[in-house]
Write a protein of this length. Structure first.
Length: 244
């Protein structure tokens, strides 16, 4: 066990003061379901995963805010959702093959189980939580940001035309097109602001801009942010509606 942890420390470039935190980050709940007696002296990684999720969102939000000072809230929200998505975090975890370090039940302990996106994303979150507790926010930030620097250009490229992406998504998933409508025009002639809405699966997302095209793109980005984070579930869309 200690050899594995040392190997992981070398891989991530961080030496833990408290290796128990590092070990706990890889303790999957399935192990304790199979061997409940282990709970007497060990814990699973779910609390660290919870903490790591919050650290990831904070670091990602502040990095995007500082790196892209001219981008609007809807764009930054969409980029953040793509960076911290299950798929995105699983890709980060795969760079260090984090699945090989997980402590799993016999039923989960197989190559396909160790490479599941959800498992890998959870392990990455738990590792971030452990780094934060052991080394502090700046070390956690230094660990996270290089992943985003390597991926942001690809995400920006995908996000260049959110209306096209939303249209392709709607056609593929629901066999229908997004429905756009003008909601409001406000401000003086020389500083006009437009508000457009897009209706997706019976739900409305709005966006604003200095032109109808910009407002339409902003509305599409809001819809895509909801999709990237939750899918078009009623709960996620209702929450997005409230923010709009």
């Amino acid at each position: 066990m200690s050899d594995q942890l040392a190997e992981l420390e070398r891989a991530i470039g961080i030496t833990f003061r408290d290796r128990t935190l590092l070990q706990t980050a890889f303790m999957h709940r399935s192990l304790f379901n199979e061997q409940p007696h282990l709970l007497h002296h060990l814990t699973d990684n779910e609390r660290l995963e919870f903490l790591g999720d919050s650290v990831l969102h904070f670091v990602t939000t502040t990095w995007l805010f500082e790196t892209f000072p001219n981008q609007d809230e809807a764009t930054l929200t969409n980029w953040r959702a793509a960076l911290v998505s299950t798929k995105g975090l699983a890709e980060c975890a795969a760079q260090f093959n984090l699945g090989q370090y997980a402590y799993l039940s016999r039923g989960e302990d197989n190559p396909s189980g160790r490479s599941r996106q959800k498992l890998l994303a959870d392990l990455f979150e738990a590792l971030v939580g452990a780094i934060y507790l052991d080394q502090g926010l700046e070390t956690a930030r230094a660990f996270i940001v290089p992943f985003w620097q390597a991926r942001i250009e690809q995400i920006i490229h995908i996000d260049l035309d959110p209306t096209t992406r939303l249209q392709e998504l709607m056609q593929a998933r629901f066999k229908q097109l997004p429905d756009y409508s003008m909601e409001e025009e406000r401000g003086p002639e020389h500083q006009r602001e437009y508000v457009m809405a897009v209706t997706v699966a019976g739900r409305k997302f709005t966006g604003s801009g200095s032109s109808k095209k910009e407002a339409k793109r902003a509305a599409a980005r809001r819809a895509l942010a909801a999709w990237d984070k939750h899918g078009f579930t009623a709960t996620a869309i209702d929450a997005q509606d409230e923010r709009n």
